[in-house]
Design a protein around this ligand. Structure first.
Ligand code: DGJ
Length: 573
């Protein structure tokens, strides 16, 4: 696999001159202005139109060779790809960065930016990406136990040996990335671990964990909660309040005995979850800090969500200790080196709820994983319009046999959507965090949506309409025409981004939606008409009309198969 060309490349990058302070100051970083936090790359906001590769894709250079270009051809500007501990440090203290180098070179040659995933102590609530020398030495690297005392294939957070070994490997990785990439800055961010937490138990029941659970809530966490009482998550505050807002005590004295609730949005076994999150945050915070000391890139953790459906909704059904939105305070207190927490959105019916909960208390929105399908693609327009979104990335973007991977058709749809969002990017950046940009989203459960912007009400309905104004398409009435009804119909969603560019003037883009206009407070004397409607493109922030629509065609229909951009000017009569 190690080609001559590749070794030549390594020779080149290692001979780069040492960078000046001015250059290091312009490393990719997060900038917060008021309530708006954005990723800056080369000093400018960078909107990531991304996709995450499948978990094992980075394990083979030949497999990846054609993929990089395919990603760039699909209009992605950022790819999320993994480096796993077991491949980086197969023998303790002996690092192999060949795959990391090939990943950075592959992305760079294709003109893509990279987010590197560090699959190490935990991935998806288990410890399957650790090197064999960790797996085979549970004495040195102890495992978590369930309530019955059974070992889980999950490292215990109470092990400083595992934490320090992980931190050493991560620091070596970040040092290496700095050495080969600081000048080009292909790598713009790093995810530390993946969907961390412990699956299969509400908390770790190993002996050290039991002792810690019977012991006091750490003073550091108590101080943080005291200081931030006015802004901490209402569910956490409520639980703490019910116990009398104690300033110290054991976990159960301060937060009460954990309870299981039927409603998935309630905080089942909150006390156990708080305990787990604190220990995960402490562990991961030390790893992230060790990495940042070598190369100070933005770092985040991603979440397997608490969600309705088949997985269940109590900690342990989803990884207990992960960055669920009600745990943001604990992550902030325990892991200051982690810059934000990010949701992986597979529970697409809860899209809006998830984005709302992850943007509360000023956590910036980055979506590193989402289900790869047509509905997700439609939702990208809403998401960039309605939130200050820095990253959007469907999962399994290189496609393979996995049922979560993108099909060729999904990739074509994403290519089309990213072409449109790419055109809109300067406008999106210009309007982020203002009242002049918003979004609409509909799906098979909620078929209409409306917003008030720039003095008008803009309504969206799922699907396209016939000439007479009727909504058409199987999507709003149930199963597809001609379908047998035995298969569940594919998920349907429509999405639009709306930007107010001047009084009464809007740019509207998206998919699978019909748009109508009204006055915010309709009355006989305040009707809204369309004065001008054009279909077109945006080139370097400037509107380029391609078709003037008038008379019978004065309506905005965003097709299901291809995204479109319209400019509309409204008037009142
Ligand atoms: C979520 C994980 O974070 C990903 O790494 C991947 O395993 C997907 N699930 C698969 O659906």
């Amino acid at each position: 696999m190690r080609s001559v060309k590749f070794i030549f490349f390594l020779g080149l990058v290692f001979s780069l001159p040492i960078l000046t302070t001015a250059q290091t100051n312009s490393l990719p970083h997060l900038e917060r202005k008021g309530d708006v936090t954005r990723l800056l790359v080369n000093g400018k906001p960078f909107l990531m139109l991304g996709g995450e590769l499948h978990n094992s894709s980075m394990g083979n250079v030949d497999y990846m060779r054609p993929i990089w270009k395919r990603m760039a051809d699909a209009n992605l500007n950022t790819v999320i790809a993994s480096a796993s501990w077991e491949l980086v440090e197969p023998q303790e203290g002996k690092y192999d960065f060949m795959l990391v180098d090939s990943m950075i070179l592959g992305a760079r040659k294709a003109g893509l930016k990279l987010i590197v995933l560090w699959f190490a102590s935990w991935k998806n609530g288990k410890s399957t990406y650790t090197p064999a020398w960790v797996k085979q030495d549970p004495k040195r690297f102890p495992l978590a136990k369930d309530e019955q005392g059974n070992n889980l294939e999950v490292l215990s957070t109470l092990s400083t040996n595992a934490r320090d070994a992980d931190a050493r490997a991560f620091a070596a990785l970040m040092k290496h990335i700095r050495q080969i990439d600081q000048r080009e800055q292909t790598v713009v961010m790093v995810q530390v671990e993946n969907e961390i937490g412990t699956m299969g138990t509400k908390r770790d029941f190993s002996a050290p964990a039991n002792t810690a659970f019977q012991g006091p809530v750490p003073a550091e966490l108590m101080r943080y909660l005291e200081k931030n009482k006015s802004i901490i998550h209402p569910g956490v505050l409520d639980t703490w309040q019910k116990q009398g807002l104690k300033k110290s005590g054991t976990w159960e004295e301060v937060f009460g005995k954990g309870v299981r609730y039927d409603n998935w949005k309630e905080l089942s076994y909150l006390t156990e979850e708080l305990f787990m999150v604190w220990h995960y945050a402490q562990y991961v915070g030390i790893i992230a800090a060790a990495g940042k000391a070598e190369y100070n890139l933005p770092m985040y953790v991603n979440a397997w969500l608490k969600q309705p459906g088949r997985f269940g909704h109590a900690p342990g059904n989803y990884p207990s200790g992960g960055p669920t939105p009600h745990m943001i305070d604990v992550w902030r207190a325990g892991a200051p080196a982690i810059d934000f927490i990010a949701p992986d959105i597979y529970a697409t019916s809860e899209w809006r709820y998830v984005c709302d909960t992850y943007t509360q208390s000023k956590n910036p929105l980055f979506i590193p994983e989402a289900r790869s399908n047509s509905a997700t693609v439609a939702r990208s327009f809403f998401t960039f319009g309605n939130y200050v979104t820095n990253l959007f990335a469907p999962f399994g973007i290189d496609g393979n046999d996995d049922n979560q991977a993108a099909t060729a058709a999904d990739l074509l749809e994403l290519k089309d959507a990213y072409a449109t969002l790419g055109q809109l990017t300067p406008l999106i950046i210009q309007h982020q965090g203002t009242k002049n940009m918003t979004g609409l989203m509909v799906d098979q459960n909620t078929k209409s949506d409306s917003v008030t912007i720039g003095g008008y009400m803009i309504k969206g309905r799922l699907g396209r309409r016939f000439g007479g104004g009727e909504l058409a398409g199987f999507d709003i009435f149930g199963s597809a025409p001609g379908s047998s009804g035995s298969q569940p119909p594919p998920e349907q969603a429509g999405g639009a981004i709306i930007i107010a560019t001047a009084p009464g003037e809007f740019i509207i883009a998206g998919k699978n939606m019909s748009i109508d206009f009204a006055a915010p407070n309709p009355s006989a004397s305040s009707k809204v008409g369309i004065l001008l409607l054009e279909k077109g493109i945006v080139k370097e922030s400037t509107w380029v009309p391609q078709l003037r629509l008038n008379g019978d065609e004065l309506r905005i229909t965003l097709a299901a198969d291809k995204s479109k951009i319209f400019k509309v000017v409204l008037y009142n009569y």
